[in-house]
Each structure stands twice: as structure tokens, then as C-alpha cells.
Design a protein around this ligand. Structure first.
Ligand SMILES: [Zn+2]
Length: 454
């Protein structure tokens, strides 16, 4: 990658676009093979099945996946050595199997993996939250995962590679030192304009908006907070948009209610949430009625039996690095018995995805304040805050960093915020408010609204 990156950085922008597209076409070759098209067809058919038939299919896949794993993964074979695998026929039987956590997987990764590295597609997980891990996918599983996502988008009215999409991600597409204010590159292979998440400053924002207005994407996807930044700029400056996307698909960051409303208002379109981790978890997707559904063909979600809302995942697209009853570190409220959404997907409902465990801070008593609650703390100060980040180094102290809009921000807002947060964190917590020119993003390009360093 070194030489290629150097060549890229030293090339004119038009050539960088060509290089981006060439990489895109190369990716497509491994992503859109026969398995992909077959699975897309299968999923369209699967959507029309009755719930009972879907569950039967899910149980059969589960049995098949367990058999494969025990036959091919030394780690799981050892772990299950005193358990009769054939006796596991349904999801309730799964409880007979031990829980696998990230540390177990990391320690034993060579025994977990079932395929040679050279045939595999790599997946990288959670760098910022501590343990990072490389998992391997078979090319077939990767294609199925791709198909699952594209199928979900198709339900929302967006056809991948046929329609234009604007993506905000963490790719380093703008070389350091570039003078021109062109913060995007075109990947012709997917009709995709990739926008840099690292250059979204107030001064640059109008160039992004101009580009979007010229490109006229049918969908916007990628980092949630980057989209919110753009949307907030558009709203604050009363800019007229010359396109209406069919759908908005945020990824990678926990959604807030206020951010979602902002996006839907500004882009006059619907936000469709999804859950799909880089480790290869099964999917949860949002339907047209804004209800989250489990994708039963992709795997199984269970709750940890300790009364918490942490989920365990068993994923049918992880033949390379099997995940069975894997404690992935995310929390959800499941609504297993409720599937009476009026849409036609007919699968169990997830009431809420609560995201990474670290997406909360502590009160003086050690209770948790979630990201959604913290986001609500700012909602009485509309339009005046460009970006906010709330961090905690120790219990009893909360630091709020603010990028403010000087035109709208009033002096008394500091007091208002302090009061709001005292109510959330308790009298014993010191609230420190800092006004800064720019809140830095993470190395990945993601913006973290919450930083829990306790
Ligand atoms: Zn639905």
C-alpha cells in the first residue's frame, strides 16, 4: 500500500479519481460474484415467507452452522467437548453452549479460524474501544453480507451500483497539504462520491454542499455525525438543496433522535438504521415504518442471561471465524414475541439498538448516562452548537467541549447547559464547559460524541 499511497498523494486529482475507481472495480470483482446474485434472489423470496417458515429456516441454518464449526474449528471443538451438539435443535437449546467473549476469541484466534489466510477477506474490529481483532471471512460469506446490505437498501428504494450514492467515511482520500478545496473523489465502479470526514470545518462546508448539489445523490451513507454536520450547516445557512435522496443510511456511529430528525428535515428523506458489525454479526435493519427487524436469515440474537441488555450473536456468515453465542459488546432491547409491524418483512422486532457499551458516562453514584440522554442535554439550544463532545476522565467530573455558532450562541447558554447536565449527573459532578475552535475527530475519521476514559 505504501507505494500506491505515495503515487496517489503525488497525483493530480483527476488521476486520483481514476485510481479510486480502479480500486473500486477491483473490489467489485470479489464482492459481486455468483453467490451475491443468488443470495439477492433468495432474500427477495425470503421476504415473502411466513414467519414460521422463516424460523424453521433459521433453525436449520443454525444446526448446519454448528456442525460446520465443530468439524472445522479446534477452539469450538474443545470448548464443546462435553456437549452433545446434535441435541441443539433450536434457539432455546443454544443456552447449553458457553458464552464466548472477545478476550477468548483474541487469545485463541488461530484455533478459532477455519480457513487459510490467503483465501480470506479480512475484517478489522474495534480499535478505539480497546481490543482490536482481525477476523477472516470466506469470499462467499462476504458476498452474502454484501447482498444482505444491498437488499436492505433496495427495500428503501435505493439500488446499489445503479443509483448514485454519497458516502462519508474515514478513507484518506485528500492528501495532506492539498490546496484545492476538493474534498471528495469519485468511485465510478459504484457510482459513489466519497467525501472526506476529516475536512468538515465551517469554512469548507459550503464546498461540500455545492458538490452534493452538483452530484445529486440518490442515497447518502456513512458516518452519522458527518452527515449531521452537513445538515446542520445547510439548515443554519438556509441553503436550498437541488436534490432529494431516496434514503439515508447512517453507519458506524450511534444514532441520536435529534440527529435523525435533523437529517430527515434537511434532506426531506427517511433515515434507515442498521446494525452490522465488522466482526460479522447478524443484521438488524429498519423498515419503511421505521421499525427495526432482525434479519432471520443472517443469524441469531440472544440476550445475556444476567438481566442486562447485552446481546449474544450467532452469525451464519462467519464460517472463517465462527461467532457462536459471542458477546459482542453491544446492547439492544429485543421484542422477540412482537412481530406485528405492518410492513411485510415479518420478523421479530428490535425495540432499540443501544450501541457500544462505552457509549455512556457515569454519574457520581456510578450509574450510566447513555449517549441518547447526553444528546438530549443539548436539545434546548437549537442551531447554536455546531458540534459538542462530552468526555469523562474520572467520576465526578464531566468536560463538555463546544464548537459554537457565534451568531446564535448566547452567553447564558453555558449556565443552561451546566444546569441541564447537573440534572443528569447529579450535584456531586463538576461540569466543565470549554469553547474550542475545533473538536478533533478520531483517527478513523469517526466523531465520538462521548469519550469515556474512566
Ligand atoms: Zn416493519
Amino acid at each position: 500500500m505504501g507505494i500506491l499511497e505515495k503515487t496517489y498523494d503525488n497525483s493530480p486529482i483527476f488521476f486520483q479519481n481514476i485510481m479510486t475507481s480502479v480500486a473500486g472495480y477491483k473490489n467489485n470483482r470479489t464482492r459481486f460474484g455468483k453467490t451475491y446474485y443468488d443470495y439477492i434472489d433468495f432474500l427477495s423470496d425470503f421476504d415473502t415467507w411466513e414467519l414460521g417458515r422463516k424460523l424453521e429456516y433459521q433453525h436449520a441454518e443454525l444446526r448446519r452452522f454448528l456442525k460446520y464449526t465443530v468439524a472445522n474449528s479446534k477452539f469450538y471443538r474443545d470448548l464443546y467437548k462435553n456437549i452433545d451438539i446434535d441435541a441443539i435443535q433450536s434457539i432455546s437449546d443454544l443456552r447449553k453452549l458457553p458464552i464466548v467473549d472477545k478476550e477468548m476469541l483474541r487469545e485463541n484466534i488461530n484455533d478459532v479460524i477455519t480457513i487459510p489466510h490467503r483465501d480470506a477477506v479480512e475484517g478489522h474490529t474495534g480499535g478505539t474501544t480497546g481490543k482490536s481483532l482481525v477476523v477472516l471471512f470466506t469470499p462467499e460469506d462476504m458476498m452474502k453480507r454484501m447482498a444482505m446490505l444491498d437488499h436492505f437498501k433496495k427495500r428503501a428504494g435505493f439500488e446499489h451500483r445503479k443509483m448514485r450514492r454519497a458516502t462519508f467515511n474515514g478513507k484518506h482520500i485528500v492528501p495532506p497539504g492539498q490546496q484545492k478545496r476538493i474534498f471528495w473523489r469519485y468511485n465510478a465502479a459504484c457510482k459513489q462520491m466519497i467525501y472526506s470526514s476529516f475536512h468538515l470545518t465551517e469554512e469548507n462546508m459550503k464546498y461540500y454542499v455545492e458538490s452534493l448539489n452538483t452530484f445529486k445523490p440518490h442515497a447518502i451513507d456513512g458516518f452519522f455525525m458527518s452527515m449531521c454536520d452537513i445538515a446542520s450547516y445547510i439548515e443554519r445557512h438556509n441553503i436550498k438543496l437541488e436534490f432529494t435522496p431516496n434514503a439515508i443510511f447512517p453507519t458506524s456511529e450511534t444514532l441520536t433522535q435529534s440527529g435523525r430528525q435533523l437529517l430527515e428535515r434537511v434532506f426531506n428523506s427517511k433515515v434507515y438504521d442498521q446494525y452490522a458489525s465488522s466482526e460479522g454479526a447478524p443484521f438488524v435493519t429498519e423498515c419503511k415504518n421505521q421499525v427495526l427487524h432482525m434479519e432471520l436469515a443472517s443469524g441469531v440474537f440472544e440476550l445475556v442471561e444476567d438481566g442486562s441488555d447485552e446481546v449474544l450473536v450467532t452469525s451464519f456468515t462467519t464460517h472463517g471465524t465462527p461467532l457462536i453465542r459471542y458477546r459482542i459488546g453491544d446492547a439492544m432491547s429485543l421484542d422477540n414475541d412482537n412481530n406485528n409491524c405492518k410492513c411485510t418483512i415479518m420478523s421479530p422486532i428490535v425495540r432499540e439498538i443501544r450501541g457500544r457499551k462505552l457509549d455512556f458516562l457515569y454519574t457520581t453514584d456510578g450509574a450510566k448516562v447513555t449517549v441518547v440522554n447526553i444528546a438530549n442535554g443539548f436539545k434546548n439550544i437549537p442551531n447554536a452548537i455546531i458540534r459538542a463532545q462530552v468526555s469523562q476522565e474520572k467520576i465526578g467530573e464531566v468536560i463538555i467541549k463546544l464548537e459554537i455558532d457565534e451568531v446564535y450562541y448566547k452567553k447564558e447558554y453555558d449556565k443552561l447547559l451546566e444546569n441541564e447536565f447537573i440534572h443528569k449527573f447529579g450535584n456531586g459532578t463538576k461540569i466543565i464547559i470549554e469553547h474550542v475552535k475545533e473538536i478533533p475527530r478520531e483517527k478513523s475519521g469517526k466523531f465520538r460524541m462521548i469519550k469515556n476514559n474512566v
